[in-house]
Design a protein around this ligand. Structure first.
Ligand code: IVH
Length: 669
C-alpha cells in the first residue's frame, strides 16, 4: 500500500470506528457485531503500526490506554467547579422561583435535568480534540484523569463539527449503570473479592484507578450537563446542551424546558417514581435558568450559582422492630449478618430484611434484640439499618453478638487482618460453598448444563444425591423422577444435558472447576500453554508465572487447588466419565480464537498457501466455507480476490481481512 493510500484508508477507518462508537455508546443502536468492530479496530492498528507517521493522539486505537500512570497530576480549572444549592422541599423551590423573578428582567424559562449520582468531570477541548479531563478536586484544582476518561466511549476524542468553539469546557457526571455494577459484582464474588457497595462509589473509584485498561473494561458512561466557553453557540443553556449532543456527547433525553415552576414541580414528581426504571441512579433534579444573559444577571455566591438549584429526593427512612439476626454464608464462604425485621413499607415495597454488612457495623450500631431501628433504601439495592432509637430500648434486651462458628458447617470462622468480613474456611464441605461451586460448574460459560437451576441443585443436595459436581454424572433417571417438582420429562432433559456437557472443550472445563482466580480468560490462557490437566498439575510456580497474565496470586491458587487430594479425586472421576482434560482430542489445535467463525478464503497470498491457511483456520477452531453468505464471519482476502465474492461481501457487509490482519488475530504475526 502506498503512503498516500494508507493515509486515506487510516482516516476512513477512524471515521468509521468513531461512527460505530457513537451508534453503540450514545445511540444504543449498533450496526455491527463486536467481532466486526474489533476487526476494524485491528485493521487500523495494523496500518498505524506500518505507517507510524499517521498516528495521531486520540486515535480510537488509543482508547484502551495501556499506559500506566503512577499518580495524578493536578491542574487548575479554567472555570472553577462550584456546587449547587440544595433543597428537599417544594416550598423552598417556590422561594427560589420568587427570588429569580425578583432579580431578573423578562420572563423565565427553566431547564430541568436529572441529578446524576456519580462523579463529576470537567473536560477541556482545544481545536476539536479532547485536551484534558479533570475531576472536581477542590473546585479550583482537580486531578488529571485524562487517560482514564479517554477510555469512556461516549466521550468523543475528536469533534469536527463547524459550530465547535476553538476552546471549550464541557462538564458532566461519570456514571456506572446498575446492571454493570451487578455484573461486576457477580464476577468479583466468583473471584472471591468483596463486592462494591453502590454504583456511585464504584464509578468514582474507577475514575481514579491507575490502570486505564481496567477503567476501559468497566463500561462507564458520561452524562453531560454543562457547556462553558468564551463564545458559546447559543444564548441559552438548553440549546447549548442540544448542540453538544450534535457534537457526539451523551446529553440525556430527559432534559426539559419548563415555562414556570409548576411545570418544574411536575417534572420532579414524575421522575420521583420513574427513576427506578432508569438504568442508573439519580438523587434529584437540577433546575437551571435557561437564558445565559439572565444567568449572568443573577450571578454567583461564593459557593454556587444563584441561577440553579438542586431538588434532592429524600432517601426514605422507616422505623421498625429488629426481630432477629441471622448469619448467611455465601458461595465464597463470606458470612453476612442479615436482620429480620417486622415488615414495614419503604419506597413502595415491603421490607422484611436488611443487611448489616459485617461485625464492625453491628458493633457500631450497638445493636440489641427487639431494638426499634431505622431502615433506609439508599443507592444500594438492599435496604440497610442506619440507626437505632436508643430511647425505646428495653433494658434487658440482649446485645447482638457476631458468631464464631459457621452456622452451616460449624467450622470456626476466620477474619483476616485488615478485612471486614468473617469467612468460613471449610471450602470443601460447607454446604453453601459446595452448592455455589456446583452452580458455577453448570453455568452457561462453564459446562452449560441446561435445566439445572439453583432450586434443582438444592433439591439434589438435600436428597443427598450430589455432594460435588462429579456426582452429577452418576445421576440416574429413577433417582430423579420421584423428586418433588421433577417429572419424568424434565428429569430426562436434565440427564441429557449433563451427558451433552461431556464434550465441553478443555478450556471451559478448566474454568468450570472453579479454581480461585481462574476466570474465563485465565482458563483460556492456561489451556493454551498447558495442553492437558496433567501438565497443569505438574506445573510449578515458576512455570506458571512465566505465562503472560498469570501472576503469583493465580499461580499460588492453582498450586493450592491441585495439592488438595479431594480435588484430584473429583478430577479423576470426571476423567472416567470422559470429560476433556486436554486438547488431545484434536492434538493439532493451537487455539480456539476462531471458535464459531465461518471463514471464506479468496485470492493469492504471500506468507502461506491457501491450503496452509485452511489448516490454520481449522487449527484455531474456525470453519472453512467456499461461498460467501450471511453466515460468513469474514473473508480472508488475498490479492486479486474474486470479483463476485467481493461484491457479495460488500452487499452483505461481510468484512475483508488481509493475511497480515488474519495472522495477527490468530497470534502468528
Ligand atoms: S450543574 C454550576 N447538573 O451535582 C452548575 N450538576 O453540586 C454545577 N450533578 O457534583 C452543576 N447531575 O457533578 C449539574 N444535571 C446536573 C447534575 C449535576 C449531577 C452533580 C455535579 C455536582 C453536584 C452539584
Amino acid at each position: 500500500m502506498k503512503q498516500s493510500e494508507a493515509k486515506e484508508h487510516i482516516e476512513k477507518l477512524r471515521k468509521e470506528i468513531e461512527e460505530h462508537n457513537h451508534r453503540y455508546y450514545v445511540l444504543n443502536q449498533p450496526l455491527i457485531s463486536d467481532f466486526e468492530y474489533d476487526i476494524l479496530l485491528n485493521e487500523l492498528d495494523t496500518l498505524e503500526k506500518k505507517f507510524p507517521e499517521f498516528i495521531i493522539e486520540g486515535s480510537p486505537t488509543h482508547r484502551v490506554g495501556s499506559d500506566i500512570t503512577k499518580e495524578f497530576e493536578q491542574y487548575e480549572h479554567i472555570y472553577p467547579m462550584l456546587s449547587l444549592g440544595n433543597t428537599y422541599s417544594e416550598e423552598e423551590l417556590r422561594e427560589f422561583d420568587t427570588r429569580i423573578k425578583k432579580n431578573t428582567s423578562g420572563s423565565i424559562e427553566y431547564v430541568c435535568e436529572l441529578k446524576f449520582d456519580g462523579a463529576s468531570i470537567s473536560i477541556t477541548y482545544k481545536n476539536g480534540s479532547l485536551f484534558r479531563a479533570l475531576t472536581r478536586g477542590d473546585g479550583n484544582k482537580g486531578d488529571d484523569v485524562t487517560l482514564n476518561v479517554k477510555t469512556i466511549k461516549s466521550i468523543p476524542l475528536k469533534i469536527s463539527d463547524k459550530t465547535v468553539p476553538t476552546e471549550f469546557v464541557i462538564r458532566g457526571e461519570i456514571l456506572m449503570p446498575r446492571a454493570v455494577l451487578n455484573k461486576l459484582n457477580d464476577e468479583r464474588l466468583k473471584a472471591e473479592l468483596p463486592p462494591f457497595a453502590n454504583p456511585r462509589n464504584t464509578a468514582a473509584g474507577t475514575l481514579k484507578l491507575l490502570d486505564a485498561r481496567i477503567v476501559a473494561s468497566r463500561s462507564l458512561e458520561c452524562m453531560i450537563y454543562f457547556l462553558l466557553a468564551e463564545e458559546l453557540p447559543h444564548d441559552n443553556h438548553y440549546d447549548n446542551l442540544k448542540e453538544a449532543s450534535e457534537w457526539g456527547f451523551s446529553v440525556p433525553d430527559s432534559i426539559r424546558l419548563c415555562r414556570n415552576i409548576d411545570e418544574v414541580i411536575q417534572f420532579i414528581s414524575y421522575w420521583e417514581s420513574e427513576r427506578k426504571n432508569l438504568p442508573y441512579n439519580i438523587d434529584g433534579v437540577v433546575v437551571k435558568v435557561n437564558s445565559l444573559s439572565q444567568q449572568e444577571e443573577l450571578g454567583f455566591t461564593a459557593k454556587s450559582p444563584r441561577w440553579a438549584i438542586a431538588y434532592k429526593y429524600k432517601a426514605e427512612v422507616a422505623s421498625t422492630k429488629l426481630l432477629s439476626v441471622i448469619f448467611q454464608v455465601g458461595r465464597t464462604g463470606n458470612v453476612t449478618p442479615v436482620a429480620n425485621l417486622e415488615p414495614v413499607l419503604l419506597s413502595g415495597s415491603t421490607v422484611k430484611r436488611a443487611t448489616l454488612h459485617n461485625a464492625d457495623q453491628i458493633a457500631l450500631l450497638d445493636l440489641h434484640l427487639n431494638d426499634m431501628v431505622y431502615v433506609e433504601k439508599g443507592g444500594e439495592i438492599i435496604p440497610k439499618i442506619v440507626g437505632v432509637d436508643h430511647s425505646l430500648r428495653n433494658e434487658n434486651s440482649k446485645r447482638i453478638e457476631f458468631i464464631s462458628n459457621c452456622p452451616e458447617c460449624g467450622t470456626a470462622l476466620i477474619k483476616n487482618e485488615g478485612e471486614a468480613n468473617h469467612f468460613c474456611p471449610n471450602y470443601l464441605h460447607c454446604p453453601p460453598q459446595l452448592k455455589g461451586r456446583i452452580e458455577h460448574f453448570i453455568s452457561r460459560k462453564a459446562m452449560d448444563i441446561d435445566g439445572l437451576g439453583e432450586e434443582t441443585i438444592d433439591l439434589l443436595f438435600s436428597n443427598n444425591l450430589i455432594r460435588n459436581f462429579s456426582d452429577l454424572y452418576d445421576l440416574q433417571l429413577e433417582q430423579l423422577v420421584p423428586l418433588e417438582r421433577l417429572g419424568e420429562k424434565s428429569a430426562s432433559n436434565i440427564l441429557r444435558s449433563i451427558k451433552k456437557s461431556i464434550n465441553t472443550p478443555y478450556h471451559r472445563v478448566l474454568f468450570a472447576l472453579g479454581i480461585r482466580h481462574v476466570g474465563e480468560t485465565v482458563a483460556k490462557t492456561i489451556s493454551g500453554r498447558f495442553r492437558s490437566i496433567d501438565d497443569l498439575i505438574k506445573a510449578n510456580h515458576e512455570q506458571l508465572t512465566s505465562v503472560r497474565e498469570i501472576g503469583p496470586k493465580i499461580a499460588m491458587s492453582i498450586i493450592a487447588y491441585f495439592s488438595d487430594n479431594e480435588n484430584l479425586e473429583i478430577i479423576n472421576r470426571l476423567r472416567l466419565v470422559g470429560i476433556n482434560f486436554s486438547d488431545n482430542k484434536n492434538p493439532n489445535l493451537t487455539s480456539n480464537t476462531l471458535e464459531g467463525k465461518t471463514i471464506v478464503i479468496s485470492g493469492l497470498f504471500q506468507k502461506h498457501s491457501r491450503d496452509e491457511y485452511k489448516e490454520l483456520i481449522e487449527k484455531n477452531c474456525g470453519r472453512n466455507s467456499m461461498s460467501v453468505s450471511g453466515n460468513t464471519s469474514f473473508i480472508l482476502a488475498g490479492e486479486n480476490m474474486g470479483q463476485s465474492k467481493k461484491e457479495k461481501a460488500l452487499e452483505l457487509g461481510v468484512p475483508l481481512l488481509s493475511e497480515i490482519e488474519f495472522l495477527k488475530i490468530i497470534g502468528e504475526e
